[in-house]
Design a protein around this ligand. Structure first.
Ligand code: G6P
Length: 585
């Protein structure tokens, strides 16, 4: 869960790498570093801390040269220290490496390398790659062969960019972690993700697992896992650099929440035919996802299962191998990034048993996109804040469309087109939500409750709050409170009750009453006057159709979490310990 970037061309490499790292910082932000080469001298600046802090301490731009590599880290092997920050190098300081992934056999490799006289300066798994490269250079002068031979000794996952002293060349390798090449005129780039390349080029090549590549300013040579020259298509990216900027908002999260009215329109227009085609004759199928995407899966299940006879099993990526029956002919994988390791592992497991995969993703060309049999793109555009907001809402819009098409509810589907105006209306309550956030941010414990379609919305609301405020929050189906969690309620606890007008409302009102009787602070999120009478703290929403509930009810909860986080002095875009794209299992 790190970000890597590389450049070779005619520009000042440190500028490209520094700007690129900022665009990739969502992938990891506990340390960062850059190495550039000029006149056969490689210089490195790296440290623990955020990119901006490191830059203001050392000034990345003092590094000169037209070739270089950079890295932003989210620690896995070894603590958050300057020594463990990338780039890493060999004993002679001749090869420099940045890496995203996990080298599973690093212990064994490290022991052998130490026995062979190598000395290590960090606790990372990555450093073995630099020493292996150095070792291989002893038997061949050809750096490309030495690099290939070093890579062949690794097991695990990697996206690697390497640079050797005296060469205007980058050596790349990819297995499991994302790595793309940006094709320019007289310059080449590599990066973990598209936003880092948008200011320079829209032409990208997605490397396949097992690929290696050699980049020089004018050329890109790619080899497949058998070591044979390989052709990889050049794709044109439609995202613009502007889409990946804050555009005057104080945080990406607020910008991305504000974009939802527009993005829902695009998501509702998505081409879902390939998915519908594969699902329409299935009596049962399985959905796999993690985090917010898993909750989107629960909405899909709720929308499709009740009353249609289709059985939808929703499984968390990391539990898939333990739970999946193995019988489904189709598995729907939901992943904003298309790179989540747990989801990808589940997909590969299901494919191995002959299942067809439908991917619901935001990133064309991502690993999931390429491994799936059918794709639906949710059209959310680049999402930079670590927590999912617009990508979640777009997933919901696309999944609701599929569910309503499969269940033949055309009238309900037509009504979804009223969502953008409802979103616009509810965004007008953001001042009210901010006031409630000022009151609630002094509290420590939160329960989110809902029934039916409001339950997955409650789960997502609780997740948003804990992710960015670090406060304790959990969600329950409202009827479950009395089976345990009610014992925790007292005057210190906040209960956020999602109570849309629906057939669930009478029971919901009784559940709210049960919480009031235990003196909990109640926050009502509803369109019902009856519900508003239960508390002074109310978020008033427009009335909506059952299918619209998750979208209409999650957005105010995103805003609530956002305002509470900012009032608590947290950075909502980069919550501690979390990464946007989790590429380890
Ligand atoms: C991480 C992110 C979450 C996201 C989850 C699944 O944990 O912090 O916001 O929901 O991964 O990501 P995906 O890209 O597969 O939807």
């Amino acid at each position: 869960m790190c970000g890597i970037i590389g450049y070779v061309g005619f520009r000042n490499a440190s500028q490209v790498l520094y700007e690129g790292l900022k665009a990739l910082e969502y992938r990891g932000y506990d340390s960062a570093g850059i190495a550039t080469q000029r006149q056969k001298k490689i210089k490195v600046i790296k440290d623990s801390g955020r990119i901006e802090q490191i830059h203001s301490k050392y000034n990345f731009l003092q590094l000169s040269g037209q070739v270089g590599i950079g890295h932003t880290r989210w620690a896995t092997h070894g603590g958050v220290t300057k020594q463990n920050a990338h780039p890493h190098c060999d004993c002679k300081k001749e090869v420099f490496i940045v890496h995203n992934g996990v080298i599973e056999n690093f212990d064994e490799l490290k022991m052998n390398l130490i026995a062979g006289g190598h000395s290590f300066t960090s606790e990372t798994d990555t450093e073995v790659i630099a020493h292996l490269f150095e070792e291989e250079l002893k038997s061949t002068k050809n750096a490309a062969d030495a690099f290939a031979s070093a890579i062949s000794k690794l097991s695990g996952s990697w996206a690697i960019a390497a640079m050797k002293k005296g060469q205007q060349t980058l050596y790349l390798a990819r297995n499991g972690s994302p790595l793309i090449i940006g094709v320019g005129r007289g310059e080449m780039f590599c990066a973990s993700d598209v936003p880092a390349l948008l200011p320079y080029t829209k032409k990208v090549i997605y490397l396949e697992n097992g690929d290696r590549a050699i980049l020089t300013s004018g050329k890109c040579l790619i080899y497949n896992k058998e070591g044979m020259p390989a052709e990889r298509a050049v794709h044109y990216v439609e995202w613009t650099a502007q889409m990946a900027e804050k555009g005057g908002y104080p945080h990406f999260m607020l910008k991305e929440i504000s974009e939802q009215e527009e993005k829902v329109k695009e998501a509702l227009a998505a081409d879902v035919s390939a998915a519908v085609q594969l699902l329409k004759n299935q009596k049962s199928f399985c959905v796999v996802a993690c985090g917010s995407s898993y909750y989107a899966g629960l909405v899909f299940k709720t929308a499709l299962q009740a009353g249609t006879g289709t059985v939808v099993d929703v499984i968390i990526g990391s539990e898939f191998a333990n739970l999946w029956s193995g019988k489904d002919k189709v598995v729907v994988a939901i992943s904003q990034s298309g790179e989540t390791a747990d989801t990808l592992a589940a997909v590969r497991f299901a494919k191995g048993k002959g299942a067809k995969i439908i991917a619901i993703t935001n990133v064309a060309g991502s690993s999931l996109y390429r491994e799936a049999d059918a794709n639906v793109l949710i059209g959310a555009g680049p999402e930079i804040a670590v927590v999912a907001t617009k990508s979640f809402i777009c997933q919901l819009a696309v999944l609701l469309k599929i569910a309503l098409l499969l269940s033949g509810k055309k009238a309900q589907l037509a009504k979804l087109h009223g969502l953008p105006s409802k979103i616009a209306q509810l965004m007008k309550s953001s001042e009210e939500i901010e006031k409630i956030a000022s009151i609630l941010c002094k509290r420590k414990d939160f329960f989110f409750i809902g029934r039916g379609m409001a339950f997955p919305a409650a789960l997502e609301g609780a997740l948003k709050l804990k992710e960015i405020t670090y406060l304790h929050a959990e969600a329950y189906p409202a009827g479950e409170l009395k089976h345990g969690p009610l014992s925790l309620l007292d005057e210190n606890v906040v209960v956020v009750a999602l109570a849309p007008s629906s057939q669930n409302l009478p029971k919901m009102l009784s559940n709210i009453q049960e919480c009031k009787a235990r003196n909990a602070q109640i926050v009502i999120v509803s369109d019902s006057k009856e519900a508003f009478e239960k508390s002074k703290l109310c978020i008033k929403l427009p009335p909506c159709e059952t299918e619209e509930i998750p979208i209409v009810y999650v957005i105010p909860l995103q805003l609530l979490a956002y305002y509470m986080a900012t009032k608590l002095g947290r950075d909502p875009d980069k919550p501690r310990n979390l990464a946007k794209s989790v590429t380890v299992e």
